[in-house]
Design a protein around this ligand. Structure first.
Ligand code: C5P
Length: 212
């Protein structure tokens, strides 16, 4: 329950509410990205807070340092638990983000799990992001061991690309929840295998059983 994050990648607020209700026994952190946030920012934040849930705001900030600093400040005012920035934004942008006072956790995207990437490339990006002071990175399950070895056990690795079997979608660098956890993943992000399931509650339970 503590390390499974559900990606609420739906357009419809009612559908999001149903998913939160159905998966609530199994999930404490919900990821809100642009699909829902663009239309229902205030509403979805309120619903999640009213349900006692934590919010992972996945807007992948990638802009000039001053803009990213203000974006992190704005996210802090929403009371989110964590947010994402792009490691590609560079040293000054990452520093501007991490220096915001009382900020949410900041996780830097290394290389999207929908793209091919070498272990070396992702590990280097993680190392760089760590040197700028972020709390962790988003990487695929295939890179967890290497990142933990290079950046230390306390540096968080958050992994999308979690599948029980071969994905028939856009995710390229994937692994099972068991494999990701064995390698030391701090959080697993799962979207479509749960939100598109005919029984999201049962699907969340399945992932949850594998994460504890
Ligand atoms: O549906 P699926 O399980 O592939 O959802 C994964 C989620 O993680 C999506 O919301 C996607 O935007 C997000 N994500 C990702 N790869 C990253 C960063 C975020 O797939 N590097």
């Amino acid at each position: 329950m503590k390390n499974l994050i559900l990606a609420l990648d739906v357009y419809d607020l009612k559908k999001a509410e149903k998913l939160i209700e159905a998966t609530s026994p199994y999930i404490d952190i919900f990821k809100v990205g642009p699909i829902l946030f663009l239309q229902y920012a205030k509403e979805i934040i309120k619903i999640l807070k009213d349900n006692g849930k934590k919010i992972f705001l996945d807007l992948k900030f990638h802009d000039i340092p001053a803009t990213v600093k203000r974006s992190v400040e704005a996210a802090r005012e929403l009371g989110v638990y964590s947010l994402t920035v792009h490691s590609l934004g560079g040293h000054d942008m990452l520093k501007a983000a991490v220096e915001v006072e009382n900020r949410p956790k900041i996780w830097a995207v290394t290389v999207l799990t929908s793209q091919a990437a070498t272990l070396d490339e992702v590990t280097k990006k993680a190392n760089f992001a760590k040197s700028c002071g972020v709390d962790g990175v988003i990487a695929s399950p295939l890179e967890i061991s290497s990142i933990k070895k290079e950046c230390g056990k306390c540096f968080q690795v958050v992994t999308p690309g979690i599948r029980f079997s071969n994905a028939n979608d856009d995710q390229k660098r994937i692994a099972t929840p068991q494999a990701a956890l064995n390698d030391g993943a701090d959080f697993l992000v799962v979207g479509r295998p749960i939100i598109e399931s005919t029984n999201p509650s049962e699907a969340a339970k399945m992932f949850c059983d594998k994460t504890f």
